[in-house]
Design a protein around this ligand. Structure first.
Ligand code: NAP
Ligand code: GCO
Length: 279
């Protein structure tokens, strides 16, 4: 047996990370590139794709990027065909693109509900369906879904998001069940509360300069007493994308600083002086 670290290498693999202009998707892509993969990404509009291209260029990573709405099957099929023609067939898919709408359920419109379900649950269905045929033909493939604390827990105002992420957990298990026979592994990353633009509203300082109540609350529910950083997730992403995880399938791996293991403490007991600014 060679060096065990060779099992974590992604050399020669084509990795597609959806919605990867910034945030967690960008972090996954940079980690995959460092592990040897060729990176392809999409985002919802050209401005975001350009933002992503600039970020990858600054990081010294050559990528293929294009506009593609993950809820539009025609755009997704074309994106996958263009990638196959220009880069190669996709070996690794990270269904990262996602949105959230924080609205009390009784005030949420059906359109708002459908928008979240379409991106966060139907999008991964569309993208996975587009890459599976080549993975089946190659008898090899990795699909990694972006689950969440809300794949296990509910909270006020995120009904559509929790329903989508709960459904995504089961889609992960079903892709495993249906395509594991072709040496295709479908797992999910379940991040805790990570400091990205998506969670920025939950960390904004109050007018008087004090912590956002939700910031204090989440720290009281997290043994690490901190928000996750995108860097915290990179190692797990590479692991799930590599041959090191070939016998792991249908799992959601939670990377949450201990939230799901901990009943939490009184937020008022927290020593705020210990907290470095998150971002
Ligand atoms: P983010 O900062 O909001 O980035 C999401 C990316 O997906 C954005 O570039 C977004 O574009 C793009 N996107 C949205 N709709 C799309 C569509 N229809 N087609 C293509 N791209 C689309 O989110 P994040 O915090 O990096 O999170 C990434 C994923 O991890 C999401 O699925 C999220 O639910 C999940 N997650 C995040 C956390 C966290 O604490 N941050 C924790 C658990 C799970 P726009 O800028 O136009 O929205
Ligand atoms: C929220 C947050 C969470 C995180 C993440 C937690 O409003 O509660 O946005 O949903 O994004 O999904 O794992």
């Amino acid at each position: 047996m060679g060096n065990i670290l060779d099992k974590f290498k992604l050399d020669g693999k084509v990795a597609w990370i959806t919605g990867a202009s910034y945030g967690l998707g960008l972090a996954y892509a940079l980690a995959f590139a460092e592990a040897g993969a060729k990176i392809v990404f999409n985002d919802i509009n050209q401005d975001l794709v350009d933002k992503g291209l600039a970020a990858y260029k600054e990081a010294g990573v050559e990528v293929y990027g294009a506009v593609c709405d993950v809820t539009n099957e025609e755009q997704v099929q074309k994106f996958v065909a263009d990638v196959k023609a220009n880069v190669g067939s996709i070996d690794i898919l990270v269904n990262n693109a996602g949105i959230i709408k924080r609205i009390p359920m009784t005030e949420m419109t059906l359109q708002q509900w459908n928008q979240v379900i379409d991106v966060d649950l139907t999008g991964p269905f569309i993208c996975s369906k587009a890459v599976l045929p080549d993975m089946i033909e190659k008898q090899s493939g990795k699909i990694i879904n972006a689950c969440s604390m809300m794949s296990e827990l509910g909270r006020e105002t995120v009904s559509a998001y929790a329903a989508a992420k709960g459904g995504l957990k089961m889609l992960t298990k079903n892709i495993c069940s249906e395509y594991g026979q072709y040496n295709i592994q479908c797992n999910a990353i379940g991040p805790g509360y990570i400091a990205t633009p998506q969670t920025a509203p939950l960390r904004e300082k109050q007018a008087d300069g004090s912590m956002h109540p939700f910031d204090r609350f989440i720290r009281s529910k997290t043994p690490a007493q901190r928000w996750g950083q995108t860097e915290d997730l990179m190692g797990l992403a590479v692991f799930l994308a590599s041959e090191a995880s070939d016998f792991i399938n249908g799992q959601v791996v939670y990377i949450d600083g201990g939230i799901l293991a901990y009943i939490g403490q009184d937020p008022n007991n927290l020593d705020e002086s210990k907290f470095a600014d998150v971002d």
